[in-house]
Design a protein around this ligand. Sequence first.
Ligand code: SF4
Length: 732
Amino acid sequence: GNTQVAMSNLEKGKFINYQRIEDNLAIVRQRLNRPLTLSEKILYGHLDDPHNQDITRGVSYLKLRPDRVACQDATAQMALLQFMSAGIPTTAVPTTVHCDHLIEAQIGGQKDLARAIDINKEVYDFLATATAKYGIGFWKPGSGIIHQIILENYAFPGGLMIGTDSHTPNAGGLGMIACGVGGADAVDVMAGIPWELKCPKVIGVKLTGKIGGWTTPKDVILKVAGILTVKGGTGAIVEYMGPGVESLSCTGMGTICNMGAEIGATTSLFPFNHRMTDYLNATKRPEIAKYAQQFAYNLRADDSAEYDQVIEINLSELEPHINGPFTPDLATPLSKFAEEVKKNNWPQELKVALIGSCTNSSYEDMTRSASIAREAAEHGLETKSKFTITPGSEQVRATIARDGQIDAFEKVGGLVLANACGPCIGQWDRRDVKKGEANSIITSYNRNFTGRNDANPATHAFVASPDIVTAMAFAGDLTFNPLTDTLTGNDGKPFKFSDPSGFELPPTGYDPGVDTFQPPPEDRARVTVAVDPKSDRLQLLEPFQPWDNLKPVDIPILIKVKGKCKNCLIGAINAQNGEANNIQNKITGEWGPVPTVAAWYKSNNKPWVVIGDHNYGEGSSREHAALEPRYLGGLAIIVRSFARIHETNLKKQGMLALTFVDPTDYDKIQPDDKVDITGLESFAPGKNLTLVAKHKDGSKDEIALAHSFNEGQIEWFKAGSALNLMAKSAQN
Ligand code: SF4
């Protein structure tokens, strides 16, 4: 039919396209002729070319069309500057920017926010105006943490989203495939270029039994992290299934997917169910729930779908867990934890207990923690440890302020921080211990690597559910087990905590709180993007120059790389001297760091090439590994072989990615050769180019170079970059 359901209440005119999933799957099913997992359905439902796309899990690269993009403020700066350089007037898909990472926790929400707005004014002004100019939704500082805002307003079952933050998978709690990516990927999708993802393997987690008592959704992922370890999810989507799913709230499923980032998973995902319907209704999106219901058969796995690995967890038997210190996969069941604390000499005194963050700040989390705080207060207790509360969004903050949970926390000594990342990302002006002093903290966050929260390498950070964190705050001692141990009330009598209880959703509805959203204005032509020319944080980028149609002649070799090369420019070993980041400027003869010499060539209008070894660019799939050499004036990267993603990224940036037809020709090239590249005038798919290596002694070698450019990619090179080409077609 003609059903049109808006993707978000904040974006009229942008619709969910379940029909595309349906149509794509009809094609893919005919080709594959096998049952599909849920993640396969959603991914293949977003294929750019379902007829011709190669589909082999763990092998092929999928070209996908995501529904939306989200950026947090730290990563949005570079992404927007790059997008702007293309001159495209509006992002190709709905996009939002969220101010959450730059707010330091010091004395409490309001004051900390005011200070951050002052310190980061330049960045916030840039983001506010750049988003307005290009049709992007802007969430101001104080609005909350990106992943909560996405869950509350933008995530929907069956959607595909990328976000420039590793915990983007949080939206899997609402049945969306949401992946954390680098800024360059976000820019591509914003510009209308398909997003490339190595076709993920699928790990199934079958949940049986029923969650209850002190066990929470957080404990599911703490347990899974213990089983799979920090590497176990690499290249895979973790797909939850089984009857136990029904006992998890939607926000609880969000917590599980959020922290799936800790096992390296591409993302995590739950099938559409009535708990998602309840959450969509509570967040004023009943039409989405109804629409999803119509397509529900596409929003769950096929019977007998095949998984690359299956894990089974019985929720009825699952204990609360505490993970850490220093790594999120060191999982200890609560009943064994006291013993481990003593055995490992972890500092027993608990200094600080921190609840909330993007991972665990739902209404359910807050009401359950408040039930523990209230019970302790009835016995006249305040927390022994310092106790902080980070609401994930302004909506959650306003709702728990209205419903009394904030009062309950403050009554026992809790400090409510800004709706922002704060101590989770090291934005914490911690003063209770000195740097280097061993101490313990426990959080309901997701990450606990050394130094993450407070930059103190001696801080032992543990991760647990908000329930356990809150109960521990009253004991002030890591060996306390709230299920079995008692605390002493101020009447001198011992008491044991009751099981925590709370509300999945606010009984009287959410209170949206202060309006912190800036929609793009109607008249965007008149918006000027604010970039202070004196800024040392921001600098406008010029679009890269198109190819000048000339044959490259006498080009210097920036560096001939020997062996493996991860951080392409700085970490590479120079074949000329065996050192990293020390190369000779072939024009002046001086030696210096790679970026310095490259910048010299650039400012002297001298393009350069890199000669590389095998698997060049491995591990540089993300971020600006390909943007950087292009930005510094690079023309070609010529190697024995490429890591595939890096090769594509170089092409996107308008560089020549070339390989030796005979890999031993690598040895013929001397670091101080000058090179010509011939054949570009008839650059075509499958047709080799030639490298003329001119040696110091006047001799020459002619070397055949292969490439994997297709027609479209050759146009990227000619236009100067894929972004330039998109800009050109947007103007036509
Ligand atoms: Fe990342 Fe922590 Fe912020 Fe969540 S709260 S987005 S994990 S920094």
